[in-house]
Design a protein around this ligand. Structure first.
Ligand code: IPE
Length: 272
């Protein structure tokens, strides 16, 4: 029993922080620095060993990517400045996140997806994770984000943080994934528009497949698929036995509780 616990301790946790949590998705380049700071505090308090953080783009990445049609790929030279701009605004948001993490004494190190990932038709094709793995082994906290990346077929595209989470979960020895969003979890209807929406507290994979079509999309501009896109990315990971907890990271302490494995309001997705 003890050896299993020891093994578990050595396994990695991935935390995804949605762009809708750390930015105002209805604005443009609108960071929620007070939320970023509170999350850094919660992450520090959780004092996790082997943690990887991935954050989204919100009102930094999405509007710029949409303006220039970055996800659809390179069709004309004028889009190149759009690719540069999309990547740049993501580095600005990442800078704010890094600033907060590092000043909360978290040994966070930014790993830039556009410099180490190439996709093919939008799916990760090459990703040299040597440095990332070494960082985790050395108890650093790598921080990645949704980014504009080069693509074998499209020239370039947008890589979502959710695809990165799923990819890393299958590559690293991951114990669990925590997904921080701006709703309390998965609902059978959009909680922002329907007040009778019911929260699912736990769903097995087969239940998840059944209710998938009811899952609400996210508000604001989202070039990478909203909640349904997130779930579709996570299904193969849950299939491998990795539990996923979806919590409202806009509400204090939920991310902290999910990280340390305390009972928390949210939706737990498990294989069975
Ligand atoms: C999007 O990343 C990144 C860009 C648009 C460049 P995500 O898809 O992970 O972002 P959120 O969480 O939906 O905002």
């Amino acid at each position: 029993m003890e050896s299993v616990l020891e093994l578990d301790k050595a396994r990695t946790t991935i935390l995804k922080i949605g762009g809708s949590v750390i930015t105002d998705k209805n604005g443009e380049l609108a960071a929620r620095t007070e939320v970023i700071n509170r999350l850094a505090e919660e992450i520090q308090k959780a004092n996790m060993q082997r943690l990887v953080i991935v954050h989204g783009g919100g009102s930094f990445g999405h509007p710029t990517a949409q303006k220039y049609g970055i996800k659809e790929g390179l069709r004309e030279d004028t889009q190149k400045i759009g690719f540069a701009e999309t990547h740049h605004v993501m580095t600005v948001l990442n800078g704010l996140v890094m600033d907060s993490l590092v000043w909360h004494s978290i040994p966070a190190v930014s790993v830039t997806p556009s410099s180490c990932v190439i996709t093919e038709n939008g799916r990760i094709k090459t990703f040299d994770e040597t440095v990332l793995k070494r960082l985790v082994d050395m108890d650093f906290v790598p921080v990645l984000y949704g980014d504009a990346v080069l693509d074998e077929k499209l020239g370039f595209t947008v890589l979502s943080g959710d695809q990165l989470v799923a990819y890393l979960a299958l590559k690293l020895n991951v114990a669990k994934i925590v997904i921080g969003v701006d709703t309390d979890g998965l609902y059978d209807a959009d909680p922002k528009t329907s007040k009778n929406a019911k929260l699912y507290t736990r769903l097995t994979l087969s239940e998840l497949e059944k209710v998938k079509s009811k899952l609400a999309g996210s508000a604001g501009v989202d070039v990478t698929g909203g909640m349904l896109g997130k779930i579709n990315e996570l299904i193969p990971v849950i299939e491998q036995g990795v539990p996923v907890t979806i919590v409202n990271a806009a509400k204090p302490n939920r991310t902290y509780k999910a990280l340390i494995g305390d009972k928390v309001e949210g939706t737990l997705l498990e294989k069975e």
